[in-house]
Design a protein around this ligand. Structure first.
Ligand code: C2E
Ligand code: CA
Ligand code: CA
Ligand code: CA
Length: 284
């Protein structure tokens, strides 16, 4: 079966995408796993970049790195189809390292072109259980000659909840090195406000499930506004992802949301397309 097609189909049906890692005996999983080991070895993994736009200045203020796998037979495999597999098989360490390596090489190029930009990189739950992650990240920053302030790590609420004390400790060490931390998919999990206070975060990303429907669903709109207000009360920046139309962008601006990200601004793009898009960006 073509995993990419399958997942796309499931998505259109609004069903949660097929997760091969949950089916331990499936031949599909074994084949994909073998392929993933090879993909890490060869050059099949690459990043796309999606711009983040400041709603106060209208400028591009960052980019999120999103992992892609160009499989020789299956075509483009989406991250939802293989990141969970990597998580459950010990490949997530090397995978995240590869993502950071690719992302920081790109940040270095942007800086050399005189157009520095902060990159956001996604971490998995398992990465937060790796006590050496801060040393690994620091090593990669040094290797690429990139200032830690140009890197932001996105962690989901649920990843923190796996072991909140341990996650907080690791995040504090990363933060102490100057690396920024964002909480991804905020509102969809169960981070208690008390916990939030103890985490060294600078950004809350409102879960896109609320943003995409905020124009039609008043309770989703209320949640978005609450998260923005909470962010500001805590001195954090509020980011809305999944902004798909101009009306949503206008509402978010009216609600004093700080940053927007979504298809209405741009889909994730390969580096060359991103650079061209950014050069042509007229501002909001
Ligand atoms: P995420 O971190 O929440 O990333 C945002 C996802 O929303 C991306 O899907 C992005 O393409 C999509 N998106 C952006 N704007 C819009 C919009 O306006 N509407 C809609 N409907 N979707 C939008 P993508 O690239 O398929 O990534 C899915 C998930 O896979 C990510 O969710 C993240 O959890 C995971 N992922 C992606 N790259 C990495 C990575 O390098 N490492 C790890 N650990 N996970 C990753
Ligand atoms: Ca993210
Ligand atoms: Ca997200
Ligand atoms: Ca997600």
């Amino acid at each position: 079966a073509d995993v990419a097609m399958y997942v796309a189909k499931q998505r259109n049906l609004g069903v949660f995408p097929y997760d091969p890692s949950l089916d331990t005996h499936s031949p599909e999983r074994l084949s994909l796993l073998g392929d993933l080991r090879r993909a890490l070895h060869d050059d099949e993994l690459f990043l796309q970049y999606q711009p983040k736009v400041s709603l106060s200045t209208g400028e591009v203020c960052g980019a999120e790195a999103l992992l892609r796998w160009a499989h020789p037979d299956r075509g483009l495999v989406p991250p939802d189809a293989f990141v969970p597999l990597a998580e459950n098989t010990g490949l997530i360490g090397p995978l995240t390292r590869r993502v950071l390596d690719l992302a920081l090489a790109q940040v270095r190029r942007w800086a050399e072109q005189g157009r520095p930009l902060q990159i956001s990189v996604n971490l998995s739950a398992r990465n937060l259980l790796d006590d050496r992650l801060d040393t690994t990240v620091a090593g990669l920053l040094a290797e690429h000659g990139v200032a830690p302030q140009l890197l932001k790590l996105e962690v989901t609420e649920s990843a923190i909840m796996a072991d909140p004390a341990r996650a907080a400790e690791l995040l504090r060490r990363l933060h102490a090195r100057g690396i920024a931390i964002a909480i991804d998919d905020f509102g969809a999990g169960y981070t208690s406000l008390g916990q939030l206070k103890n985490l060294p975060v600078s950004e809350l990303k409102v879960d896109r499930s609320f943003v995409t429907t905020m124009q039609s669903d008043s309770s989703d709109s209320l949640i978005v506004r609450s998260v923005i207000e909470l962010s500001h009360n805590l001195g954090l920046s509020a980011v809305a992802e999944g902004v798909e139309d101009a009306e949503t962008l206008d509402s978010l601006t009216a609600y004093s949301c700080d940053v927007a990200q979504g298809y209405h601004l741009s889909r994730p793009m390969a580096a060359d397309a991103f650079d061209a898009w950014r050069a042509a960006w007229p501002g909001l």
